[in-house]
Design a protein around this ligand. Structure first.
Ligand code: PFF
Length: 452
């Protein structure tokens, strides 16, 4: 199946560590540091975290293995991969198309939030001062100023495009190798600071790890599932694409476990850090998307730039190693299937994503969505995370479990032993059923449940 001449022109990871770092870099991003703490705050803490952890283990991990299997088997982009494993006109290629559409839309708003992070590096250097309202007002000022939002979105998209043009080894792998370990060290330092030197540590731990199920809603459960997909970069072919640059010798199960573990670890570390500060300063845990930008600077005003500058640099790094994987999914299709050069594909598609992102950058452009006026950023985020990724994941899972030939699966997995049987059992029944039920629950369509 794998055609070596094609493989070498597409590019490969230089080393196994290179792949693990790049995949971890894709997984760890704004999802862990910006989104996980804020949605945990919105959906009430511990119980949400528990559901999310279940989703990672029972749905995320098997699906990550499934995506890596498809990618490495076919050495192709998401659309080409489904065709290669089925047939040229296969309806399953729609799963790949859905993934490309998800990557396109996610990157468009992701870049806007990442742009805020870059803007905050500079705000941190100047320093935060004044009353809480004044500090929080700085964030409102930034997001409501189309000029600044678009400027920082431009900077971030420019960086993403430049790295992806560099290609697999020289671009993505080299950057991840430098950025990921640095990020871990920075976050560890901040977490220790939060636990040891503030009075919010104990409360943060109990908020995150003591579940109160009365706070859990249908939407909370759907969001926990959606977030498991988002944070592990699943359901849109990103792991499939990264897997396609993997060499055959590596053990993909071990790698999937490593990536999921590190991703979860970083999210929990970010949660502990941020909530220590939130409780220490009596701030609002359910502040929403502005959480890290509005509440943390209140702390940073007292601790000075030596904490805030590294924090926002870290956040921008993390966002960059994720955004390159989002763009890579979109670009790899045009390189493989349409035979475009990497340069052409990256510039044209990156440019289109950039333009779409302007919708999200201008906060005053709002639409009616789910009963209220909302900005495009929230609409794109909700639709991609809670519906497109879970549906993409569901289809991928059904494909691997029921359609992909047994021989292909066994060869990728490496054995037919009990672990393999367990994985197939999960992918056949447990994972798809769980995803399906949660989607219905999120739509408030489950029979036997009472929705208000
Ligand atoms: N996993 C990234 C994060 O947590 O920020 C976001 C992401 C990257 C989602 C790549 C999907 C994807 F394919």
């Amino acid at each position: 199946m794998s055609d070596n001449s094609q493989t070498s022109t597409r590019g490969n990871w230089g080393t196994r560590v290179g792949f693990v770092l790049a995949a971890t870099g894709s997984a760890i991003g704004l999802g862990n540091i910006w989104k996980f703490p804020y949605i945990t705050g919105v959906y009430g803490g511990g119980a949400f975290v528990l559901v999310y952890l279940f989703c990672v283990l029972l749905i995320g991990l098997p699906l990550m293995i499934a995506e890596l299997m498809i990618g490495r088997r076919t050495q192709k982009n998401p659309v080409g991969a489904f065709k290669a494993l089925h047939h040229e006109k296969s309806i399953w290629q729609m799963t790949g198309w859905l993934g490309i559409a998800s990557g396109f839309l996610i990157l468009s708003f992701y870049s806007v939030v990442a742009g805020w992070a870059i803007a905050y590096i500079f705000k941190s250097i100047v320093g935060f001062s004044g009353t809480t309202e004044m500090i929080q007002g700085q964030f409102i000022e930034l997001v409501t100023s189309p000029k600044s939002s678009i400027l920082w979105h431009t900077v971030f998209m420019g960086l993403t495009i430049a790295i992806v043009i560099g290609g697999i080894k020289k671009g993505i792998e080299r950057w991840s190798k430098i950025l990921m370990p640095l990020l871990f060290a920075l976050l560890l330092g901040l977490m220790i600071y939060g636990l040891a030197f503030t009075h919010g540590g104990v409360q943060a731990l109990s908020f995150l790890f003591k579940p109160d199920f009365s706070k859990l809603t249908a939407e909370g459960i759907l969001s926990a599932l959606g977030h498991a997909f988002f944070t592990l970069s699943l359901g849109m072919g990103a792991m499939l694409t990264y897997g396609s640059y993997m060499k055959r010798e590596t053990n993909l199960i071990k790698d999937a476990i490593t990536v999921s573990f590190l991703d979860t670890l970083i999210a929990l570390m970010a949660g502990v850090t941020i909530f220590s500060m939130v409780f220490n300063y009596n701030l609002e845990p359910a502040a929403g998307p502005g959480l890290i930008f509005q509440t943390l600077p209140v702390l940073f005003a007292q601790t000075g730039p030596w904490i805030s500058v590294p924090f926002f640099i870290l956040l921008s790094f993390a966002a960059l190693t994720s955004s390159i994987s989002l763009l890579e999914v979109v670009v790899s299709y045009f390189i493989d299937e349409r035979k475009w050069s990497r340069m052409k594909a990256t510039l044209i598609l990156g440019g289109m994503i950039y333009l779409t992102g302007i919708l999200s950058a201008v906060a005053s452009w709002q639409v009616m969505f789910r009963g209220k006026e909302q900005g495009w950023l929230d609409v794109f985020d909700f639709v991609t995370t809670n519906y497109m990724l879970p549906i993409g994941g569901l289809l991928t899972c059904i494909f691997v479990a029921w359609v992909m030939p047994d021989k292909d699966k066994v060869e990728e997995f490496g054995s037919r032993g009990i672990m393999y049987q367990g994985l197939i059992l999960l992918l056949r029944f447990v994972t798809p059923l769980a995803v399906f039920i949660v989607i219905l629950h999120g739509l408030e369509l489950l029979p036997f449940m009472e929705y208000k």
